[in-house]
Structures are given as structure tokens and as C-alpha cells.
Design a protein around this ligand. Structure first.
Ligand SMILES: [Zn+2]
Length: 373
């Protein structure tokens, strides 16, 4: 059972935005890795607090969390909460500590103005995954081959001579206000404080080599074209003791030959003959779960929409599914033989063939209105 975000920050459910921020600031300072070196428990608390704050500080995510709890973010593999790494957390700090940036108040902390080492992050990798409608409807696990840079074995490091292992270099400039001291990331080591001492021949200058890996991606039901999923830590490794980048997965969707998607609903155009409409019949139609036979009552009108509940796309939120809407179209023959022509001519002025729409035979516009309500 995942811990409650409010409990993690030690606040009540109706805490204001300012109180949430204040509570997180307190926790972040208390459990900051620089204050608790080598303390895995403190790091865990630090990450938990950051994740809680990420959700509770975002009105959108907060309302989903208040409504559904942790379930609001499950199955998303990178949507919403969860899976924060140190880089994400430090990037959050601009907002939290605001004026403290550059003020020197937190100079002992990594990731702040005062310098010190900061773990670097490897670059992200991007791939595209193409899904058909069946996969989108129910969610799917995709296995992909990814060429990612990983740390080569046998690479050894030594302290960077340029910065003396601090990861930052200090520059002194003369200005009209006097001598100014500014800190900049060391360009020789990229801020890690370490440089490669020796490496095997197949490793690049950063001590990395390309390796092909199989990554399985859990794609939730209900995704749409253009969405991006994040698989944490499956990007390129960072040199030294940095953390790997992420694998960013862009979703592409294949068109279905007969089913059209609209939100979580699907539409299917069914064409039936005049005789089928008059006499009634049953027809096979496509659904995302395979073919299904549906019954058409005698006297069914063209334009009728049959709703197959729950036969649409499972909602991305994880709650409920859309419907499959079958649009009935009666096909009017364009050519008739002599016998057929005579039949219809006889029926042309027959009282029984006169349109007499009932209240249940709603007009097209009323049906559309109904469909979206
Ligand atoms: Zn350096």
C-alpha cells in the first residue's frame, strides 16, 4: 500500500497551497541528501516528499488524487506521479526555494547556487510505437529493441584536476560594484568532479558504449496519437556516477478499416438492404474484441443508432469504457429490373409506405444531441 501524500508531508487534507509548499520545503531541507550523506532512508523520504509535492502542488493532479487516491496515476507508466528522479526533484526547487536561489542561504546544497557536485543525467532516447485500435482499446505491453549507451566495464575514474573534484570553478571578475565571485560548472568534468582515468578501447570518450537492450513498455488503454510515455532510466547512461536518461515513447495510431474513434467511443457504419430493413435480420459487425452478431428489428429506420455499451475504448483514467455506436444505413438500390420496378410503382402510393415518424424515430440532430449527453 502506497503511503498517503498528505501523510508524507504531514499535513491535513484541506491544507492550502501555501501550507503544502511550506510543508514540502521543510521536508526537503530535513531529508536533503547533502545533509544526510549515505543515508538511504533519508533519500527515500526525500523522494517521497518530492513525489507528494509534485502531485499536491498541481491543482489538476491534486483533484484527481483527492478523488481516486493513488489509483489516479496507476497504469500510466509515466503519467502524473511516481518515478521521480533526482533531476526532476532539483528542477522543482526553483519554485520552492525561489529567492533562495543565488542568495547563498542553501549554499551547502547540491543543485543550488553555492556549488558542490551534482549528479549528471544521461540523455533521453526517443522512439515511436505504432498501435492498432485493438491495442489501444485494451492496453498492451510492447517489447522494443533500444540501442542505448551504457557504462562500459573497466572504466576507472580520478578526481578532476581542473576543479579539484568540486565540480565547479570560481571566477572572479571586477565590476563597478567591486570584485564579484561567481561559480560555474566545471567544463572539464561536466560538474561531476571526476574524469576518466582509463577505459577499454570500445568505450567512447565518456566511458560509454552502445548496447542493444530489450525494453518492455506497458501501454495503458485509451492512449491517443501524439501522446508521450516515459520509461524512466531507459535512456542513455550518464558518464560516471550520474543517473540514466529516460526513454520517451511517442504514440502513433493506425487507422482501423471500419471502426472510427471519437474520444472513448467508436463508430461503425452498417449498410443494410431495403429488404433487411423491412423484414428484420441479424448482421455481423466489427468490434475491438472481434466480430459480434447484432439483431435488427423488422421495420428498422435508416439513421438509427444502436449503442453497444462498453464496447468502445477503455478510458485512460482507468475508469469505465466508451460505447460502440452502430449507425444503420438503409441502402437504396439504384437500378431495378422490370419486376422490381412494377412492385415499387404499385407501392408508391400505398398508405403503408407513407412516412409516419413517431416520437421514437428522432431526427438526426436530436440523435446526435442525445449521443453526446
Ligand atoms: Zn572538474
Amino acid at each position: 500500500m502506497k503511503e498517503d501524500y498528505y501523510d508524507i508531508l504531514g499535513i491535513g487534507k484541506n491544507a492550502s497551497a501555501a501550507e503544502i509548499k511550506k510543508a514540502y520545503r521543510k521536508k526537503a531541507i530535513e531529508f536533503h541528501p547533502d545533509k544526510n550523506p549515505g543515508d538511504a532512508k533519508a533519500e527515500e523520504m526525500f523522494k517521497k516528499a518530492a513525489e507528494a509535492y509534485e502531485v499536491l502542488s498541481d491543482p489538476n493532479k491534486k483533484s484527481r488524487y483527492d478523488q481516486y487516491g493513488h489509483a489516479a496515476f496507476e497504469g500510466g507508466g509515466g503519467f502524473g506521479g511516481g518515478g521521480m528522479n533526482m533531476d526532476d526533484i532539483f528542477s522543482q526547487f526553483g519554485d520552492i526555494f525561489g529567492g533562495a536561489f543565488g542568495g547563498g542561504g542553501f549554499s551547502g546544497f547540491s543543485g543550488f547556487s553555492g556549488g558542490g557536485q551534482r549528479r549528471s543525467k544521461g540523455s533521453n532516447l526517443r522512439i515511436r510505437v505504432k498501435l492498432n485500435l485493438e491495442e489501444i482499446a485494451n492496453g498492451v505491453e510492447k517489447t522494443v529493441k533500444v540501442k542505448r549507451k551504457v557504462q562500459a566495464e573497466g572504466v576507472t575514474y580520478k578526481t578532476c584536476g581542473t576543479c579539484g573534484g568540486r565540480g565547479q570553478v570560481t571566477k572572479i571578475t571586477n565590476t563597478i560594484l567591486g570584485r564579484m565571485q561567481t561559480a560555474a560548472t566545471c567544463s572539464a568534468c561536466g560538474g561531476s568532479g571526476q574524469i576518466i582515468d582509463s577505459k577499454p578501447s570500445d568505450a567512447d570518450a565518456q566511458g560509454l558504449k552502445v548496447s542493444e537492450e530489450t525494453v518492455s513498455i506497458n501501454i495503458p488503454a485509451g492512449v491517443e496519437e501524439g501522446m508521450q510515455l516515459k520509461v524512466p532510466n531507459k535512456g542513455n547512461d550518464a558518464p560516471g556516477d550520474g543517473i540514466p536518461g529516460d526513454l520517451l515513447v511517442a504514440i502513433e495510431t493506425e487507422e482501423h478499416p471500419t471502426l472510427k474513434r471519437e474520444g472513448d467511443n467508436l463508430h461503425y457504419d452498417l449498410y443494410i438492404s431495403y429488404s433487411d430493413a423491412v423484414l428484420g435480420t441479424s448482421k455481423e459487425i466489427d468490434t475491438v474484441g472481434g466480430k459480434v452478431r447484432i439483431k435488427l428489428e423488422a421495420g428498422i429506420q435508416s439513421g438509427k443508432i444502436l449503442r453497444l455499451r462498453g464496447k468502445g475504448i477503455s478510458s485512460l483514467s482507468g475508469y469505465g469504457s466508451g460505447d460502440l455506436l452502430v449507425h444503420v444505413n438503409v441502402w437504396t438500390p439504384k437500378e431495378l429490373n422490370k419486376e422490381q420496378r412494377e412492385f415499387f410503382e404499385r407501392m408508391q402510393n400505398n398508405e403503408n409506405f407513407e412516412p409516419r415518424p413517431e416520437r421514437s424515430d428522432k431526427s438526426f440532430f436530436e440523435k446526435v444531441k442525445d449521443m453526446f449527453s
